[in-house]
Design a protein around this ligand. Structure first.
Ligand code: NAP
Length: 286
């Protein structure tokens, strides 16, 4: 079997053109959607991520504010900035780029973002909304993975999904979203004994570990959907995922590549969450 390649770049383009239309409609109603991106320090990877987020806003008709601070910024001053953004009516989403300098408590910062503007979906309240099935912001990467799975046309009801990785930002919310879609979900992690035993029974595998070749062809059931969240470098320094793409493509039914799979969807779902936030604000002010 040769797997169908799930094209995250193409799906992202389609969703982003809908985002641009929704942004234009909101702007015409006097409620231009706005995202604030806050960066503290000089982490090179964070600078690239932040630049891409701002660029995506600009290209799709969203207002964006970029606040960049020196690594010496105090936690109190950062919390004061977030408080101001919480009260700014032109801002519908606030994203604080992680990691923060060591002297700043990331939990305190995330919890300080108004739930109505928590477009990353990282706060305990947003996590609780996901857990209990209430409407709210879903963390962008797992939300994007669900959209990628949707393109396969496979109904997840009764399917067995295995998520490898249990981080608060990817693995756990991914498992909850799959559960909400009526899949039977197994979560594997670094203490799981014999991951292959689980993945071989899976109709859907989501790998979110950060280690090359975590999923190889012998671990995959023929026809399975394989979503690769991992971002690693191979020996040549090229970007690669957690899945052995060449090998697994021979067994799986559907597979996401790296790059061009989950990656583009993460920023796209950030735009979607920001638009949804602005639409809620606009609806509340009618
Ligand atoms: P993380 O916080 O480091 O979590 C990694 C998870 O993998 C942990 O739950 C860990 O288990 C588990 N793990 C580690 N080694 C393992 C092993 N040998 N077998 C099974 N499980 C193992 O990472 P993350 O933030 O969730 O991100 C995961 C990967 O996705 C990274 O490569 C990251 O760069 C990538 N990522 C990509 C995007 C994107 O937009 N494409 C977005 C976010 C993240 P324990 O909990 O037991 O330690």
């Amino acid at each position: 079997m040769t797997a169908r390649r799930i094209d995250g770049t193409a799906l992202s383009k389609t969703i982003r053109s809908e985002v641009a239309q929704r942004a234009a409609a909101l702007t015409a109603r006097g409620c231009k959607p706005g995202l604030a991106v806050v960066l503290v320090g000089e982490d090179p990877a964070s600078q690239v991520y932040v630049r891409n987020k701002i660029k995506a806003c600009q290209e799709h008709g969203l207002h964006s504010v970029f606040e960049k601070y020196d690594a010496t910024l105090s936690e109190a001053d950062l919390l004061a900035r977030i408080d101001a953004l919480n009260r700014d009516p032109a801002i519908h989403g606030i994203l604080v780029q992680m990691p923060l300098p060591k002297h700043i408590n990331p939990h305190r910062v995330i919890e300080s973002i108004s739930t109505t503007k928590d477009v990353d979906g990282y706060s305990t309240l947003s996590a609780g909304e996901l857990m209990t099935g209430l409407p709210g912001f879903r963390p962008c990467t797992p939300y994007g993975c669900m959209k990628l799975i949707e393109t396969t046309g496979v109904d997840l009801r009764g399917k067995h999904a295995v998520v490898i990785g249990r981080s608060n930002t990817v693995g756990k919310p991914m498992a909850l979203l799959l559960l909400q879609a009526n899949a039977t979900v197994t979560v594997c992690h670094s203490a799981t004994v014999n991951i292959a035993h689980h993945t071989r029974q899976a109709d859907v595998i989501v790998a979110a570990v950060g280690r090359r070749n975590t999923v190889t062809a012998d671990m995959v059931k023929p026809g399975a959907i394989v979503i690769d969240v991992g971002m690693n470098r191979n020996d040549e320094g090229k970007l690669c995922g957690d899945v052995d793409f060449a090998g697994v493509s021979q067994v799986a039914g559907h597979i996401t590549p790296v790059p061009g799979g989950v990656g583009p969807m993460t920023i796209t779902m950030l735009l979607v969450n920001t638009i949804e936030s602005a639409e809620r604000t606009a609806a509340a002010t009618v």
